[in-house]
Design a protein around this ligand. Structure first.
Ligand code: ADP
Ligand code: MG
Length: 592
């Protein structure tokens, strides 16, 4: 748990005071409330900072008519309530240095003031310490319209705070004009609440849109329960836990969904840094580097990760919405994020049957006025998935496979000791094995135990390059030699190829010869990824094709080789190598 989340559980309150002008100046962001969801974000964060265990959000008319956030947090004492709506007034920090031990989401003291300036805002609060004073001790309320206090009142309530915002932007017609329909705004709020519910599984969240429940979580504290509540799927079997850290600069925990849960957009990649949902580009790029090549193009994993770093090694004061952070040990963290994603996806096999699930599923979602929700796509029902492959076992499973037959001279059918069936694409399996071999040799350079044997061509082949390619290719000739590709420049733009990497599977080098032009062009690619692209092309072009009959000895040898691969489930292009029909799947389908 991050210290921010910890704080949310045992929130300690300090008095609400105006920041000294020089402090305000250095942290001010000139908070802009852009749309209803920005209001909800600030109010929910205030509730979390106040240690709320239950947060109820209500919106009407896309939030323009009414937004109300009610919490059971520590509340605001009567004497300080008016101050809460003033600019640069906060109970969370005093000095700029306080940012280096910040355990709250808010700190600038601007949000309530900005909201109250563009709406009619009512604050109703009862501080926790006044709770003992008896039932009749009512809570104080103030109403601020366009920044001016228009009303004071008293109402009974338990400790906690209710902020009601009406008529948002009534005095900013220009902003009103840019508002999209209520559906769009509702959708943004729903997505936001989903994120907080995931970030704070121990808090009960409730979202009511135009009097219909749109989201509800139990606050169980168990993230997998929250995910099931939000997406309507028991996902546990498909989520792999992550728990890592260097004991110094970071800890990382959470869940990464297996390949079956991969989605067509990035919306399900959630990263919380010290309890704060962040969007920092480099951190999401780190994920992408982890799954690139392991998932088909356009697919993104479902993941929820909590990164915790010491408060003095993070700067959260870099973006008005605080969704970007700067980390002192960013490189270390980036490497850890990439590794975490890679480790899970390298081992996760594909499953038969694509089924579209209608997540997030809610009891009365049909009546919910909101955007059309796109579902989570999963390629097998959670039921069928039960008791299926656990990540750490993939290698052992492949090692223990017993080949039964070959299908269409393309696919090895194999039985696992637990009686489940694996289909193994022979071309992709072989491609994966060759690719890893080439990569090891290439990365290791000279003096490696493994090496690529060059197969001398009886008759050198000639390839013709474009001018800009020819120069690049020439520079790279020594590197190609290390891969068994012996080439030399031969006048202007022509090159002579004297050898290709030999492969134990005989046919490999003949296949390669037919693709020399393409390989040379890849080797001359003007991109940082040319080396990997070349290794992929080489392995693809020399791997055994589909249509080649394999005896049972060859089938077994290929499976054994695949078991030795670090990413046995996906080919270097990111397509699946393995299809798994689990026992549970067979039992379910046959109704045994
Ligand atoms: P910030 O969160 O940056 O301090 P805000 O303008 O959001 O600034 O809130 C001002 C102050 O009002 C907070 O520092 C806090 O003391 C008080 N406050 C706001 N909302 C709540 C709430 N839901 N529960 C308790 N205190 C609150
Ligand atoms: Mg705040």
């Amino acid at each position: 748990m991050s210290q921010v989340q910890e704080n949310a559980l045992h929130a300690q309150r300090s008095p609400l005071l105006a920041l000294a002008p020089d402090v305000a100046e250095r942290i001010a962001a000139g908070e802009v409330i852009e749309r209803p969801v920005s209001v909800i974000k600030e109010l929910v964060e205030n509730a979390l900072d106040a240690g709320a265990k239950e947060i109820r959000v209500e919106i009407r008319g896309g939030g323009l008519r009414l937004m109300r956030v009610t919490d059971d947090g520590y509340g605001i004492p009567e004497g300080e309530l008016e101050r809460a709506s003033l600019r640069h007034t906060t109970s969370k920090i005093r000095l700029v240095e306080d940012l280096s031990h910040l355990y709250t989401l808010g700190f600038r003291g601007e949000a309530l003031a900005s909201i109250a300036a563009v709406s009619e805002t009512m604050l109703l609060s009862r501080a926790i310490e006044t709770d003992g004073l008896g039932e009749d001790h009512a809570a104080l309320s103030i109403t601020v319209r366009g920044g001016e206090i228009t009303q004071r009142g008293r109402r009974a309530r338990l400790h906690g705070t209710t902020v009601t915002v009406r008529d948002l932007f009534y005095n900013v017609p220009a902003r009103l004009k840019f508002m999209r329909g209520a559906r769009t705004e509702n959708g943004h709020v729903l997505q936001l609440l989903q994120r907080y519910a995931i970030g704070y599984p121990a808090v009960r969240f409730n979202l009511i849109v135009d009097e219909h429940t749109a989201l509800q979580t139990s606050g169980s504290g168990d993230l997998t329960v929250t995910l099931a509540e939000l997406y309507g799927l028991p996902l546990n079997e498909m989520l792999y836990p992550v728990h890592t850290g260097d004991g110094l600069h970071y800890t990382l925990h959470g869940f990464i969904g297996n390949r079956v849960l991969a989605q067509g957009n990035r919306q399900y990649e959630l990263l919380f840094v010290n309890g704060r949902w962040v969007q920092s580009r480099p951190l999401y790029d780190a994920f992408e580097n982890g799954y690139r090549g392991l998932l088909a193009k356009g697919k993104h994993p479902l993941l929820v990760l909590f990164l915790n770093v010491p408060a003095d090694e993070i700067d959260v004061n870099v973006h008005p919405a605080k969704t970007e952070v700067r980390l002192e040990y960013e490189d270390t963290v980036i490497a850890a994020l990439t590794q975490a994603v890679r480790t899970v996806l390298e081992q996760s096999p594909a499953l038969p049957e694509a089924i579209q699930f209608p997540g997030p599923v809610l009891a009365n979602q049909r009546r919910l006025p909101g955007p059309r929700r796109r579902g989570l796509r999963v390629s097998e029902s959670a039921e069928g998935y039960k008791a299926e492959t656990a990540v750490p076992g993939t290698t052992e499973v492949i090692e223990s496979l017993h080949p039964l037959a070959q299908l269409q001279q393309a696919v090895i059918l194999a039985e696992a000791p637990d009686g489940s069936l694996y289909l193994v694409d022979q071309h992709r399996a072989h491609e994966r094995v060759i690719y890893e071999h080439l990569r090891r040799v290439y990365a290791g350079g000279k003096g490696q135990e493994e090496s690529v044997e060059a197969h001398l061509l009886l008759e050198p082949a000639i390839v013709e390059m474009k001018r800009y390619q020819a120069d690049l290719l020439e520079q790279r000739l020594p590197m190609l030699r290390g891969l068994g590709l012996e080439c030399e420049r031969f006048g202007g733009r022509s090159f002579l190829v004297r050898s290709v990497p030999s492969s134990e599977n005989g046919g490999g080098q003949e296949q390669l010869v037919a693709h020399l032009q393409e390989l040379a062009e890849t080797a001359a690619e003007d991109s940082n990824d040319w080396e990997d692209h070349l290794l992929i092309s080489l392995s693809c072009r020399s791997a055994m094709r589909r249509g080649r009959p394999l005896g049972s000895g060859e089938q077994l040898a290929l499976l054994k080789a695949l078991a030795g691969a670090s990413a046995p489930a996906v080919c270097p292009h990111g397509s699946p190598i393995l299809l798994h029909y689990s026992r549970a799947f067979l039992i379910g389908k046959f109704d045994w």
